[in-house]
Design a protein around this ligand. Structure first.
Ligand code: BYC
Length: 313
């Protein structure tokens, strides 16, 4: 088959909503875009374990501790599904992890903010997982088979994450004045960074147009951000909390909440590595990787032994 035929076949599959699978021919740019996005997503999951992991030993009850522990473990699992999906594109997990640890690879800006109070664990579940779900529901329909299947599993677990966060805040908001103030303070700090998770405006987004034509992304950054605001404002009202945006107002004619401008300077600074916790997060990941070396070695030795046994048998 000529390159023209291969491209035609690929385009027809995308048009007909047939998933692209690892052994199928795909344009170089499609492969590169997927490796970039899926690996950034995997890195976000494992770096995302850090702000919450800090609170496992300080959870206020056994029930809260068990739920948080399960959530953080889920995130490690999501990282694994996603690294495995990226590996089907011909890149190794070691290469991807090296890129993260040397500071070259990106991961979601949101994880460079600190979790300062127990209410932040609620806000992360409600807002950060809430924003992640908004983005990931559409990724279940992404055109690359292994990514789409990983996202279906991930989305099921994310709904539980979002609820555990909202329930923490609901409990605080129905508690003492101090507890409610703690919840409000945490909304104040996490609201804008959560909106930044969706990435730059569509007009500034480098990859959106191409990714949408390949059906890797099914909705644009701004569309998803708007859907998130529309879904979250009523939830904040139910909690009795105020969203820290003086420009927030309901537009009767569009049926959407209008909101103020994001501080893009802050967003790009965080993406470039100058956020409050960027350096700490990388340091912690490097330490965890080094301390886990013996586990990797033991697992490899075990796999080698099994292979040897099979060969001998
Ligand atoms: N942070 O052209 P654009 C989770 C970069 S974790 C940092 O619009 P694209 C969870 C972007 O990479 C959820 N960088 O890009 C875990 C690009 O730079 P490069 C994470 C960002 O890819 C634990 C440049 O800006 N979710 O659920 O079309 C606990 C231009 O952007 C960000 C995913 O990763 C950002 N926020 O769209 C709790 C979902 N935004 O690569 C929860 C999968 C943009 O050219 N990813 N950049 O150097 C996506 O859907 C897309 O990659 C994005 C960006 C919507 C994030």
């Amino acid at each position: 088959m000529t390159l023209v035929d291969l491209q035609k076949r690929f385009d027809e599959k995308i048009e007909a909503e047939v998933k692209i699978e690892p052994k199928d021919w795909m344009p170089d740019g499609y492969r590169k875009t997927l490796i970039r996005q899926i690996s950034q997503h995997a890195h976000s999951e494992v770096v995302g374990m850090l702000p919450e992991g800090n609170w496992i030993t300080r959870a206020p009850s056994l029930r809260r501790k068990a739920a948080l522990l399960a959530k953080v473990q889920d995130e490690g699992g999501h990282g694994l599904y996603l690294y495995a999906a990226a590996e089907t594109l011909g890149v190794s997990r070691e290469e991807l992890i090296d890129e993260l640890l040397c500071g070259k690879a990106k991961y979601s800006s949101i994880f460079n903010y600190p979790a300062l109070s127990w209410a932040d664990i609620g806000a992360i579940g409600w807002l950060v997982d809430g924003a992640a779900i908004m983005n990931q529901v559409m990724l279940q329909r992404t055109s690359y088979g292994p990514y789409s299947r990983a996202m279906i599993r991930i989305c099921k677990e994310e709904s539980f994450h979002q609820r555990q966060g909202y329930e923490i805040l609901l409990t605080l908001c129905r508690g003492s004045d101090e507890q409610k103030a703690m919840a409000q303070d945490s909304l104040n700090r996490w609201w804008w960074p959560s909106l930044m998770m969706f990435g730059p405006h569509d007009s500034e987004s480098t990859h959106s147009e191409q990714s949408m034509s390949w059906k890797i992304k099914r909705k644009s950054n701004d569309e998803l951000r708007q859907a998130f605001v529309d879904a979250t404002v009523p939830q904040a009202r139910y909690l009795g909390l105020t969203i820290p945006d003086p420009d927030l107002k309901w537009n009767e004619s569009t049926g959407h909440w209008e909101f103020g401008e994001i501080d893009w300077e802050e967003f790009w600074q965080v993406v470039k590595g100058n956020g409050i916790c960027n350096r700490q997060r990388l340091k912690d990941r490097i330490r965890a990787h080094e301390e886990g070396a013996w586990v990797r070695e033991a697992a490899m030795a075990h796999a080698e032994k099994q292979r040897h046994r099979r060969d001998v048998a």
